[in-house]
Design a binder for this molecule. Structure first.
Ligand code: NAD
Length: 353
């Protein structure tokens, strides 16, 4: 990284710079790079401090902190989830995050993470699908065509090799927007009149809707054998997308069980219902897909290690570029014990003496 002139200046990646970074790397190469970073951190799962995210719920939504550390670097993300925000012209999900050096506790990166969350969520979905989706999957149903949907579609194209997305949203304007954004991106895009019709011929079914309730986006009769379900939108207590019967027919894969049991689709099941941790599939300690008829379900809620990996990737990518500024975030007097003197010396009245 272009070393800041002083250690107390913290490299900061703004939304504008994140967009420049995305375009300089390319969206699909960046999704692949993020998936590689996440996969390599999932392979060293036991190196990380792990804790379910700390959530503060309200009637309108949730605000969460997601910390983790690998012993050398510490990271956290601040993220909200407010399904009613879009009606106010605001994002459902916004985020920012930070990496710090464990050795001295000084932050080494502060970054926007609204865009980065969409990218890392899509990269994680595709990484899971690479292990769990049926071989040769070409077609994905994309239910919920909001902010995350194009990222989800492109990650499945770049990493799993799908060629066709079938879109459905209860809001036709969202489907129009998604279809328009995905035009000329190398995917065949079909706008569908119902969730049921979106499912026709789909090998992968992604649900990515936002509603603060137990919703039933998919019912059991819609799900044929052999499909992979990538369930993204059920990620809070009381906020799910799938009918319980689908869960009972599926082999379920999760990020971190203590968090997913509270937040994921499996909150609908007994607390001891068997699930497989994704990192174990990636390291070969557990079996992923073993049967063409098997229904696999990635019950995604989003875990802190994915954000840590994404921030680490961004830190590496922006080094030696212009895509960051330096933030005067940390008070750092020359004499570490003279914090007060630093304030006195900054008194404008003193400058006139
Ligand atoms: P968004 O509000 O931009 O889009 C959600 C879309 O879902 C909207 O277009 C809405 O019309 C549609 N929708 C609502 N109910 C529907 C239904 N019954 N059938 C079909 N469509 C329906 O939200 P977003 O930013 O795209 O996020 C989508 C969901 O993903 C949210 O619930 C969010 O919390 C979740 N999310 C999860 C992760 C994760 O890591 N698992 C990460 C980011 C976001």
């Amino acid at each position: 990284m272009n070393t800041p002139s002083h250690k107390a200046l913290v490299p900061f990646v703004s939304v504008e710079n994140m967009m420049k970074l995305v375009h300089s790397i390319g969206i699909e190469p960046m999704l692949i790079g993020l998936a590689d970073a996440i996969e390599s951190d999932f392979k060293r799962w036991d190196k990380f401090d792990k804790t379910p995210r700390v959530a503060s719920h309200s009637a309108e939504g949730v605000i969460e902190l997601m910390p983790t550390s690998d012993g050398e670097v510490y990271g956290f993300k601040y993220v909200n989830g407010h399904p009613s925000n879009t009606a106010l012209g605001l994002q459902t999900v916004t985020a920012f995050g930070l990496l710090a050096n464990v050795g001295d506790g000084y932050p080494v990166l502060l970054s926007e993470m609204t865009l980065l969350t969409a990218l890392r969520t899509a990269a994680t979905s595709a990484m899971a699908a690479k292990y769990l989706a049926p071989k040769g999957a070409t077609t994905m149903a994309m239910i919920g065509n909001g902010a995350q949907s194009e990222f989800q579609s492109l990650a499945m194209k770049a990493i799993v090799g799908i060629t066709h997305v079938r879109l459905f949203d209860i809001d036709a304007a969202a489907t129009e927007k998604c279809a328009k954004n995905l035009a000329n991106m190398g995917l065949t895009v079909t706008k569908c009149p119902s969730a049921q019709s979106a499912m026709e011929g789909a090998h992968i079914i992604t649900t990515c809707t936002a509603d603060k309730q137990y919703a039933t986006i998919l019912t059991d009769n819609m799900i044929g054998s052999g499909v992979h379900i990538n369930a993204i939108g059920g990620d809070c207590p009381g906020k799910t997308e799938l009918h319980r019967d689908i869960l009972l027919r599926s082999d379920i894969f999760v990020e971190y069980p203590p968090q997913t049991r509270v937040e994921g689709e499996i909150q609908q099941l007994d607390p001891d219902h068997s699930v497989t941790e994704l990192w174990q599939v990636i390291t070969g300690q557990a079996i992923g897909r073993h049967d063409v008829k098997q229904i696999t379900l990635f019950d995604s809620v989003g875990f802190a290690i994915e954000d840590f990996s994404a921030l680490r990737y961004v830190r590496d990518q922006v080094s030696n570029t212009e895509f960051f500024g330096n933030l005067d975030l940390l008070a750092d007097p020359d004499d570490p014990r003279d914090l007060f003197g630093m304030v006195l010396r900054a008194d404008p009245a003193r400058a006139l003496e």
